[in-house]
Design a protein around this ligand. Structure first.
Ligand SMILES: O=C(O)CCC(=O)C(=O)O
Length: 347
């Protein structure tokens, strides 16, 4: 049964071995378990972006600034990513994870340096306890550099995913400008720090779990990148840490969840915090979430914006390249401690 299964992917272990207990390598020590009964159903701000493009822009920029400062997370509606683009993306993800095992395994790897990869957990080469997740990770900007690596099954995969990536990139650029303005910086300041820019995405697949209180889809972590734009299906699972409590972010159709990543924390010199979040699983339904990780290119040099460094608020971080930070992140495994500690100015 499950504990001795040779299956590479969790979804195949769950569907073929009909497990009724979580295998031991997925079980967290008691002190690290999710405690699903102690979750708050507070909400994160929902920001209407329709005025970001009109005369009331500064009002929306203020709302974004407040959400970044106080929550590190917010949701957006009227974001200009067409509903059909979102629906096609979600459907193609669902279709992909339903493909026969041998078809999906063609792109399986446990090598985290591969730019297109189907894998499981987070980084099985370094972690001791596995996570209840399979994922397809894609690099998607510049699109022409990566699209030839992407799956061709389902047949419309590349078309639908490319359309989604282009549209979400447009949203990311708008948000980055607004965040830059909200910090009192030139609207293009942050964008200019990102070199050629980068965009990655994950198609996360969390199968139903027989004992969801023993494990995680993903344990608490911050995102390394600049900002994340998360699309989730109708099944709850995302939780965000706020004032010491985990709050569940329940799905709202046709909205995206935005969170500040570590690189904004650095550029803002800690004015905006990259916040811990996690994905929990449930015993009834599979869940799909699709984060877009907008990021600097590997050669981009990141550091606190000089305008945000003063005698009273000296630079918290030294300068580093995003590539340096990215390699440390993947080699270390997913951890609640931020890897930004390695880049403190005082080190
Ligand atoms: O599934 C989710 O809601 C969160 C996903 C996430 O945090 C990640 O992929 O880094």
């Amino acid at each position: 049964m499950a504990a001795t299964s040779k299956r590479l992917l969790l979804s195949d272990l769950v569907s073929s071995d009909k497990i009724d207990k979580v295998p031991s390598n997925y079980i967290r020590p008691i002190s690290q378990r999710p405690n699903l009964r102690h979750v708050f159903h507070d909400s994160i701000p929902l920001i209407d972006l329709s005025h970001l493009y009109g005369p009331n822009r500064c009002h929306v920029v203020d709302q974004i600034g407040r959400a970044c400062r106080e929550y590190g997370f917010f949701q957006v509606k009227n974001h200009r990513v067409p509903e059909s683009t979102i629906a096609n993306m979600m459907q193609i993800a669902r279709d992909f994870f339903k493909l026969p095992e041998e078809e999906r395994l063609k792109i399986y790897t446990d090598d985290p340096t591969r730019t297109t990869r189907l894998s499981t957990s987070f980084n099985i080469r370094t972690e001791k306890i596995a996570n209840w997740r399979d994922f397809l990770r894609l690099h998607c900007h510049p699109l022409q550099d990566y699209i030839h690596e992407w799956p061709t099954n389902p047949a419309s995969f590349r078309d639908h995913v490319a359309e989604y990536c282009r549209s979400v990139r447009g949203l990311a650029l708008q948000l980055i400008e607004a965040i830059s303005e909200s910090l009192g910086l030139d609207r293009n300041y942050i964008s200019r720090q990102l070199g050629k820019h980068g965009q990655h995405m994950a198609l996360n697949y969390y199968p139903p779990c027989p004992q969801p209180d023993l494990t995680y889809g993903l344990p608490g972590h911050t995102d390394l990148n600049l900002i994340t734009i998360l699309l989730q299906d109708h099944v709850p699972g995302l939780q965000v840490l706020r004032k010491g409590h985990w709050i569940a972010v329940d799905p709202v159709p046709n909205t995206f969840i935005i969170n500040i990543g570590d690189q904004i924390q650095v550029i803002s010199n800690n004015k905006y915090k990259s916040v811990l979040h996690r994905a929990v699983v449930n015993c009834d339904e599979e869940r799909i979430s699709i984060p877009t990780f907008y990021c600097p290119s590997p050669d981009a040099v990141i550091g606190p914006a000089p305008e945000l460094v003063t005698d009273d608020e000296p630079a918290v971080y030294r300068q580093f390249t995003y590539g340096e930070c990215y390699n440390k992140f993947w080699n270390r495994g997913l951890a609640t401690e931020t890897c930004l500690d390695m880049f403190l100015a005082t080190n």
